[in-house]
Design a protein around this ligand. Structure first.
Ligand code: ADP
Length: 188
């Protein structure tokens, strides 16, 4: 586990299963349908129970009949999870395996809009998975850099959110985040 103090708030990197986290909110790497899927999305719905899907259906019917656009974020109950809320966001798909400028911006938006929504809802502690680095196949190193930079910038600019955790599912992705953070610290 790595902990860093940023402007009085905590940035944490840890290995684990995000569905076990006790932050007020956890973030779901969802797809535009908001109807669940594989990976972290499937795990969150499986453990959180049907209340999450019910709210997602309502969001589709009212706010986003065409689906949630990439880079946007919405919030539902956490259902049976320890976390009170789930923030659902959609990262870009890197079918070519590359994170070009447009996709990088969309990935940044996914993190930024999730944090913005958390703040609007008065949430002070948030856990993120590594968005877009599973089924969506974006390169790990570049995605980790965007994820970390976006969170660090947000925490530097305001101090409402007190703790942000990256909960990384495997040793491999955890190590990429640790290394990327080390490199970013050198350039501060
Ligand atoms: P995406 O479609 O955005 O790529 P995935 O769920 O396929 O989303 O993968 C995103 C990341 O989430 C991957 O690094 C994957 O290993 C990880 N992951 C899968 N299950 C969990 C979990 N329960 N907790 C945390 N991370 C998870």
């Amino acid at each position: 586990m790595v902990e860093l103090n940023i402007n009085g708030s905590k940035l944490v990197l840890k290995k684990g299963d995000i569905t076990e986290e006790d932050t007020e909110a956890i973030v779901n790497a969802a797809n535009p349908s908001l109807m669940g899927g594989g990976g972290v999305d499937g795990a969150i719905h499986a453990k959180g129970g049907p209340a999450i899907l019910e709210e997602c259906k309502r969001i589709r019917e009212t706010e986003y009949p065409e689906g949630l656009p990439t880079g946007e974020a919405v919030i539902t109950t956490g259902g049976d999870l320890k976390a009170r809320y789930v923030i659902h966001t959609v990262g870009p798909v890197c079918s070519s395996g590359k994170l070009d400028e447009e996709k990088a911006k969309l990935l940044k938006n996914a993190y930024y809009n999730s944090l913005k929504l958390a703040k609007e809802k008065g949430i002070k502690t948030v856990s993120f998975p590594s968005i877009s680095t599973g089924a969506y196949r974006c390169p790990w190193r570049d995605s980790a850099e965007i994820a970390l930079k976006t969170v660090i910038d947000f925490l530097k600019r305001e101090n409402f959110i007190k703790e942000v955790r990256f909960v990384l599912f495997t040793d491999e992705i955890y190590n990429v985040y640790v290394k990327t953070l080390e490199e970013l610290k050198k350039n501060v």
